[in-house]
Design a protein around this ligand. Sequence first.
Ligand SMILES: [Fe+2]
Length: 268
Amino acid sequence: MIDIHNHIVWGIDDGSSNEDISLEMGLIAVSSGISDIIATPHCIPGSFENYCGQEFDEAFFRLREKLKQERSTSRLNIHRGMEVFACETTPQDLESGRICCLAESNYMLIECEFGEDPWFFRDVLGALLQRGVRPIIAHPERYYFVQDDTRFIFDLLNMGCALQLDSASITGDFGRECRSVALELLSSSAVQLVGSDAHDTATRTPDMREAADIVARNFSVNYANLLFYENPKRILSNRTLLFRGQSPSGGRSRPSSRYMSDEEYWGV
Ligand SMILES: [Fe+2]
């Protein structure tokens, strides 16, 4: 498996607080079958201002060195990434090089306030797409506007965004609401990626095996493989992400769901 969303870099956000915790998170990752982690510290103006630069790079360098020193984690590959918080300055921050994509690709992991205005979020995503970035929406199942009405998410998919669920939403660790929205998005084939969004070694760990099992049992092994391995691997080589049931050469494609009027949706 490849984890594209993980707060394993210590001391710069609300994830790992020190190097021992990062090492233990690395151990959990390796023992649960993860070969690569794209480390994605938060970049949130006013709270975790982890913009690109020397300090940011050094935090990754220290993490790689620490993991390399230990035999058990020496083969774990750490890639540089960031979880960008959508705000008014996001397009300018991209242009000035203050924010970055995942593992030198064109894919940017982007989150928003749980109670964000969906139209504002859509504008930010549109501005990124215009500038050649392919946004990956982090944990859509946790946003209130998605929980209220999942139809909005299909507009974002049609624009060219991808969806990444948190493994803890699939297992139910974030509660019933998140789990049911996650399963609904999975069953409509709207999801392209799952990440651990690991923050620690106790409650939000890098172990994604239970979530992968649930997807394999409830849907298919192929779908689990797509979400936990094939599409994450495609990010590492900056290739196009696939939808469930779509072959690399084309074939069946995007989810059939689309934005429906209230009348169509409610059948009135
Ligand atoms: Fe995160």
